[in-house]
Design a binder for this molecule. Structure first.
Ligand SMILES: [Zn+2]
Length: 265
């Protein structure tokens, strides 16, 4: 698997979307968590894949061991990650079924393991632009090439969950400048940056956020993911095919060579 330098991270509704060629269980130092990483074909390219919530969708968003997922992919040699997240639309111009590639984020999670650096060395990563601009651009171009409409900028706000938000919370989030709301984008993006990995997200709008439709059910979220997953997989394949051999962004600057030693001890 070490010859593959990219990976996809899939969420709700994608558990049955892949036909893995191979799988490997990666042991991690994070609560002895083992992560199953698949080698899969998307479009006609091979890539690594992780099911964010586990192989049977057993971990709700606030219980996902994000550190283990990201660490496993780095261990196997991936340095570019394409994530798929489902979101609710806060911006009223968006509609269920739309796709968006967010350019910034706001973190409203509460009690997740959000860093690899709890001890020395003390590290503060630059997170001005939380997503890799190079991967974002490739994702947007690939989506357009396939004839899909995509919102090429949006601010993603991440809540703790697992409950959906209140209408009052959504009103506040709109004032803060958020366009979409989800439960899985943080700390995933920050952990990728800490490891020096490129990371961008393709978001599927599954519903209007609380207060913008009568009620929200988890069924409609997974139903939309099921409906859109074929095109999403195509976009991921097309994006991977369009990746230049070398990275020209600044994501890798965050790589800290001491990290592996520190956590493997
Ligand atoms: Zn990058």
């Amino acid at each position: 698997m070490r010859d593959i330098k990219h990976a996809i991270i899939l969420g709700s509704g994608f558990e049955t979307a892949l036909q893995p060629l191979e799988s490997i269980k990666v042991e991690t130092p994070f609560n002895f968590k083992k992560v199953v990483v698949y080698r899969v074909v998307v479009g006609d390219v091979k890539t690594l894949a992780v099911l964010r919530h586990g192989v049977d969708h057993e971990n709700p968003p606030h219980m996902v061991e994000y550190r283990a997922n990201m660490w496993s992919l780095k261990e196997l040699g991936a340095n570019r990650l394409l994530a798929v997240n489902t979101v609710g639309a806060i911006n009223p111009i968006m509609r269920p079924g739309d796709l968006t590639v967010p350019h910034n984020m706001i973190d409203f999670t509460k009690r997740r393991h959000y860093t690899f650096y709890n001890t020395q060395p003390v590290v503060h990563i630059d997170f001005t632009k939380p997503y890799c601009e190079e991967l974002r651009s490739l994702l947007i171009k690939s989506t357009c090439k396939l004839g899909e409409t995509v919102w090429d900028k949006s601010t993603y706000i991440c809540t703790e969950g697992p409950r959906f938000e209140t209408a009052a919370e959504i009103r506040v989030f709109r004032i803060l400048g958020a366009d979409v709301v989800g439960m899985t984008g943080c700390p995933e993006a920050a952990l990728a940056r800490e490891l020096g990995l490129c990371y961008a997200s393709l978001c599927i709008v599954s519903n209007m956020a609380a207060g913008m439709q009568s009620r929200i059910t988890s069924k409609e979220v997974s139903d939309i993911a099921l409906r859109k997953r074929e095109v999403v997989i195509k976009v991921l394949g097309e994006t991977i095919k369009s990746m230049p051999a070398e990275r020209s962004c600044s994501c890798s600057i965050q790589t800290n060579s001491e990290f592996k030693i520190q956590h493997k001890a």
